[in-house]
Write a protein that binds this ligand. Structure first.
Ligand code: G1P
Length: 299
C-alpha cells in the first residue's frame, strides 16, 4: 500500500534555550538570527518548500514573540510603505505565514517535560497520516531543503519512521540519539534500534539523529505510554524505538550542512558560513582573519 502524504509539520519551540543564556532571557532561541534571518524562518521556509499543509507550533506562554514573528504584521508593512520601503514590506509579507496558503496552529506546552511530550501536545492538531517534526535550532542548509529530500525518500523506503542522520565523532554520542544501523541503501540507513544520548563508548554506531523526523502517526500511541527517559524527560527517541518492530526505522543521511544553532559555537559557525557566501561581508571577514592572525602572533 502506498504511504500517505506528509501533510503536517510540528515545530517544538517551547524550550528554555538555557545553552544560549543570557540572550534567551529576552528573546526565544528560535528568533535568534543568522545575520538577519531568525532560525524559525529557516525552518518555516524548509517546511513550506516541502509542501506541508499545516504547521503546528508547540510553544510556551512566555514565548509569544514567536507567534508575533511568524504571522503577518500589516501595521508594520503599512508603516514601511509609508516610509518608502515597499520592497522591505514585500519581503516581510513573503516570509510571514499566510493562513490562506498554509494552516497555522499554536499549542502550548506549559511544562518542559521533554521533546516527546512536546510532540504529543500536537496530537489533536495534526492531519491523518505521517507527520514531520523540525527542530529549528538544528539548522540544515542545502538545496533542495532537507525535509523535501526526506519526503521524497520516505515514499520509497519501507520504514514508517525516517530520521535525519549524520555521522558524528564517537566522543559526541552522548549529545544525540544514535542509530544502530543494520543495512544501507543509498542515503537510507535501515536501523534495528535507536538510543537516546548513550555515553561515549556505548553508542551502537556513529550515526546521530539530527532534528528532522518523518514519523508514522502511531508514534502518538507510543508517546502516550512513555515514562521519563534520558535526562528525566519524555523522549521522542524512546517512543520511536518502541515502534520499530511494528513500523520499521531508518535514518536518512542528510545532504546539506547542519549547524547546532542551540550552541554558541554552532551559531557562530552558521553565521560565518552564511557570511562567507555573500560578497557584502568579504571585507569584514578579511579584517577578522587579519585580527586573528595578529592576536595569534602576539601569543
Ligand atoms: C534532540 C533529540 C536527539 C537528537 C537531537 C538533535 O536532543 O532528543 O535524539 O539527536 O535533538 O539535535 P536535544 O538536542 O533536544 O537534547
Amino acid at each position: 500500500m502506498p504511504k500517505q502524504e506528509v501533510r503536517t509539520a510540528i515545530f517544538p519551540v517551547a524550550g528554555l534555550g538555557t545553552r544560549f543564556l543570557p540572550a534567551t532571557k529576552g528573546t526565544p532561541k528560535e528568533l535568534l538570527p543568522v545575520i538577519d534571518k531568525p532560525l524559525i524562518q529557516y525552518a518555516i521556509d524548509e517546511a513550506r518548500e516541502a509542501g506541508v499543509e499545516r504547521m503546528v507550533f508547540v510553544s510556551h506562554p512566555t514565548k509569544a514573540a514567536i507567534k508575533h514573528y511568524v504571522m503577518d504584521d500589516e501595521d508594520l508593512r503599512s508603516a514601511l510603505k509609508a516610509h518608502g520601503k515597499a520592497r522591505l514590506a514585500h519581503e516581510l509579507e513573503e516570509a510571514a505565514l499566510d493562513e490562506d496558503a498554509c494552516e497555522v496552529v499554536f499549542v502550548m506546552q506549559d511544562e518542559p517535560l521533554g521533546l516527546g511530550h512536546a510532540v504529543l501536545c500536537a496530537m489533536e492538531h495534526v492531519h491523518p497520516g505521517p507527520i514531520a517534526v523540525i527542530l529549528p535550532d538544528d539548522l540544515i542548509l542545502g538545496s533542495p531543503g532537507c525535509l523535501s529530500s526526506m519526503i521524497a525518500q520516505y515514499a520509497n523506503c519501507t520504514a514508517g519512521h525516517l530520521l535525519g542522520a549524520m555521522k558524528v565523532p564517537a566522543e559526541l554520542s552522548s549529545r544525540y540519539g544514535i542509530l544502530s544501523v543494520a543495512s544501507e541503501e543509498g542515503p537510507v540507513l535501515y536501523a534495528d534500534a535507536v538510543v537516546e544520548k548513550p555515553p561515549a563508548g556505548q553508542a551502537p554506531s556513529r550515526m546521530a539523529v539530527v532534528g528532522r523526523y518523518i514519523l508514522d502517526a502511531s508514534v502518538f500511541d507510543d508517546l502516550q505510554t512513555q515514562t521519563p527517559g534520558a535526562g528525566g524527560e519524555i523522549q521522542l527517541t524512546d517512543a520511536i524505538a518502541q515502534g520499530i518492530d511494528r513500523v520499521g526505522l531508518a535514518g536518512f543521511h542528510i545532504l546539506g550542512r547542519r549547524f547546532d544553532c542551540g550552541s554558541k559555537t554552532g551559531m557562530l559557525e552558521a553565521t560565518l558560513h552564511v557570511a562567507s557566501k555573500d560578497p557584502a561581508y568579504a571585507a569584514v571577514l578579511d579584517a577578522c582573519c587579519n585580527e586573528r592572525q595578529l592576536v595569534a602572533s602576539e601569543d
